[in-house]
Design a binder for this molecule. Structure first.
Ligand SMILES: [Zn+2]
Ligand SMILES: [Zn+2]
Ligand SMILES: [Zn+2]
Length: 124
C-alpha cells in the first residue's frame, strides 16, 4: 500500500523525537526500512517502534522489554537457568525440541518416556 508523503513526513518527525541527534534523512531511511514489506502505515510503524515494550532488552537473543520473563525478568539467554514458560514460548523450535527430549528422558533406562517412544518402564 503506497503511503502519502504527508503521512510519512509526519511519522519521520515523530520518530526523530525518539532518535536524538539523528538526521531527518537517516530517520526516514530507518522508517522506510522497517515499513518495507509490511502493512502498517508510517504512523502505526512509529507507534510500534517507539513503544517501550518493543525496545530491545538483549542484543544477543533479540528479546524486547515486552518479552522479558515474568519469573527471572531475564531474556532468552536465561533458557538454561530459568524454567519460566516465557522462555519456552519464544525458544527456537530446535532448542525446544532438545529440551523436551531431555525432560522426557527416563531415569531408569535413559529412553524417551513420551508415549510411543523407546521407554517402556511404565508399561505393565
Ligand atoms: Zn525466566
Ligand atoms: Zn539475551
Ligand atoms: Zn525407562
Amino acid at each position: 500500500m503506497p503511503h502519502s508523503n504527508r503521512d510519512l513526513g509526519r511519522a519521520v518527525r515523530e520518530l526523530q523525537e525518539h532518535r536524538p541527534g539523528k538526521k531527518y534523512t537517516a530517520v526516514r531511511a530507518e522508517l522506510e526500512d522497517w515499513l518495507d514489506g509490511r502493512e502498517e502505515t508510517p504512523l502505526e510503524a512509529v507507534a510500534i517502534m517507539t513503544d517501550p515494550a518493543n525496545q530491545t532488552l538483549c542484543e544477543k537473543c533479540g528479546w524486547t522489554n515486552g518479552m522479558a520473563c515474568p519469573e527471572c525478568s531475564g531474556c532468552g539467554c536465561n533458557d538454561h537457568t530459568c524454567t519460566g514458560w516465557r522462555h519456552r514460548e519464544y525458544m527456537h523450535p530446535d532448542d525446544l525440541a532438545e529440551l523436551e527430549v531431555a525432560e522426557a528422558e527416563c531415569p531408569e533406562c535413559g529412553g524417551d518416556t513420551r508415549s510411543g517412544y523407546d521407554c517402556h518402564c511404565g508399561d505393565l
